[in-house]
Design a protein around this ligand. Sequence first.
Ligand code: OGA
Ligand code: ZN
Ligand code: ZN
Length: 422
Amino acid sequence: MMRTAVRFWSKTGCTTRFLSVALRVPVRSRPFASIPSGTRIEQAVSSTQLRELNVTWNDGTTHAFPNVWLRDQCWCPKCRNPTTEQNLVDSASIPLDIAFTDVALSDAGKLKITWMNDNHQSVYDGDWLRECVEKKARLERLRRALKGPRLWRALRVDSLPTARYDSVMKSDVDLYKWMLGLQDYGFAIVKGVPPVKDTLRLFAERIAYVKETIFGQLFDVIAEPEDVASHFAYTSQALDLHTDLNYREKSPGFQMLHCLESKGPPDQGTSHFADGFAAAGWLRENHPSAFHILTSLPVNFTLRTYGRKYCYHVPIICTDPCGNVEEIHVNNDTLNTSDIPRDSIVPFFASYKTFVAKLRDGSVDVRFKLEEGDLVTFCNRRILHGRTGYDPKKTRRYLQGCYLDYDEVTSKLDSLRDIYSS
Ligand code: OGA
Ligand code: ZN
Ligand code: ZN
């Protein structure tokens, strides 16, 4: 590691030193509660090779601040508007290899840097630098403590969050509790919803505005003759487990289905739901290369309907920047593998078959017949849904459905949490 000169500043004069500098910083009241009182910078060592400044505090904490960050974080009046705190430095123009000619430490715990390119001088308060380090650590602790989703394992329908319509309509606390369940399981049931057309809107609007799509706001899931149906869902055919509208730029975050009519043999038109996150977690553990392929290869979903063509490319499993599974996209009816690159075709099919087999093997799913007055709400980017086929001559089945935006639902939950979380 190359080092540059670090010298005392102010009272102690200009005693130029190399390496670490022992500071005699007077103890004073601190504006940052999270920093133990008496904490002070003990040494500041510059690495010209890595273009960073290693700062060590007297409690042993060390942190390497990249030079480019230090230059960007100069809060002098030339670099930040003191009133609005708006940035006056063009961050994109700071040279990545920016270096300084001098670093000095004051008895008052301040660090002064003179930049090589323009002789600008930046002064940093030691406590403020330490608070930047603490803030990052706090965020990281928060991220780790966040409770992940409650993954489904051989679940029974009565273990899924369930509430009565009257209670969630009348009581915000009951709605809040029900929504916490929805967040954990990605799925929740409301029972006793009047089996009356458009009652779905009343409940949906307790939570969010209804999201409009090419299928309208509320859509009727009812068997139409196959030659006129605009969608397989609007027939009496079986529907394999799927997520909806993967051919849109962002598939709707939540879906609601309200059962208005359910008459006929018990094994017909039975609903099927599976936890895509549980299956993806299993894939990651047991078939890491399949998980890698399904998270990195975008595939095409396409639908032609109402005279329009929709298509969108998205991986079957999407992860967030931390690697957590965030979205599932599975729909056999709209999947179009025609443009998968030649070398990825066989690996894709092998991985996809493994994933879908897990979804269907009964270990992460639940099956039950919706009854009149049942209303299910589920995260369409996590929970797959499907149904068995039925004979429309023997079965009368009528569902009304709608979609909600993901962030409208989370915003409702966040608003309720503000009021009711203890
Ligand atoms: C749908 C759908 C399922 C059902 O409308 O998207 O998948 O149970 N319906 O009819
Ligand atoms: Zn400045
Ligand atoms: Zn569907």
